[in-house]
Design a protein around this ligand. Structure first.
Ligand code: PGA
Length: 268
């Protein structure tokens, strides 16, 4: 049974010192609550800025031995992006292998902020997903419609297209996992999430599309669908009860320790 995910995307919101403070605060709170959280059922993934990954990983390792077999809690590190080549003359880029060396197990791919400001298209997303899987990491593939696409009435089409193209040419092996994060672009960072029932509907569309791409046991055992976009402690439960939901991707709420912990507690 796949664990439910709580993914915190710190974006480029905080520097190294603040990341260190936040990681220590999260570690302290998790330590206090560790027996109240059912670690067999949930997995927490923190995605700091690239410059803070190593520091955050070290703090979590010191506190919880996260890289060892004795680690009792499921606390993982993720990156917010990567390049698709393993090595070479690619100035400024970082490969999945290099992220793995820092302790990453997950990589967010195709976040709408990158699709928008860096013009990342579906082909780039597909290249990155393949590279991440090849390295043995888990991609968190972000899909979602813009307000304009929604108003045009092409939301479902956009999502199916993004999904199909992101996963084109990929045959998942039993050990490889993927996460699909449905994030309607127009609610990210607004404090106003979508109606939870809509997520149940979208999850079904995503699931149906998966059936066209992968065998059913692979979908059940290797793929999780999460929701992202203005999730907070007050609305998280509504998303968790939706059909096929396997967790949430948090932006703003992952930077506020009290909110973040309250969200984790609601997964029990
Ligand atoms: P938000 O961000 O929770 O602040 O809306 C979500 C995201 O961008 O992944």
């Amino acid at each position: 049974m796949l664990k439910k995910l709580i993914i915190g995307n710190w974006k480029m919101q905080i520097g190294l010192k603040e990341s260190e403070i936040l990681a220590k605060e999260i570690a302290k709170k998790i330590e206090e609550k560790k027996n109240q959280i059912d670690w067999d059922k949930i997995e927490v993934v923190i995605c700091p800025s690239l410059t803070a990954i190593e520091t955050v990983a070290r703090i979590f390792h010191q506190q919880f031995k996260i890289f060892s077999k004795q680690a009792k809690i499921s606390l993982k590190i993720g990156a917010q992006d990567c390049f698709w080549e393993e090595k070479g003359a690619f100035t400024g880029e970082v490969s999945p292998r290099q992220l793995q060396e820092l302790g990453c197990e997950y990589v967010i791919i195709g976040h709408s902020e990158r699709r928008d400001s860096l013009k990342e298209d579906d082909q780039i997303v597909n290249n990155k997903v393949k590279a991440v899987l090849k390295t043995g990491l888990t991609p968190i593939i972000c899909i979602g419609e813009t307000l304009q696409e929604r108003q045009k009435g092409i939301k479902d089409y956009v999502i199916i297209q993004q999904l199909t193209k992101a996963l084109s040419g990929i045959e998942l092996k039993p050990k490889q996992k993927i996460v699909i994060a449905y994030e309607p672009v127009w609610v990210i960072g607004t404090g106003q999430a979508v109606e939870a029932e809509e997520i149940g509907y979208l999850n079904k569309i995503i699931f149906q599309q998966m059936i066209d791409l992968f065998p059913l046991p692979i979908i059940r055992n290797n793929i999780r669908i999460v929701y992202g976009g203005s999730v907070d402690p007050a609305n998280v439960k509504e998303f968790l009860v939706q059909d096929k939901n396997k967790g949430v991707l948090l932006g703003g709420a992952s930077l506020k320790v009290a909110q973040f912990i309250k969200i984790i507690e609601q997964f029990n």
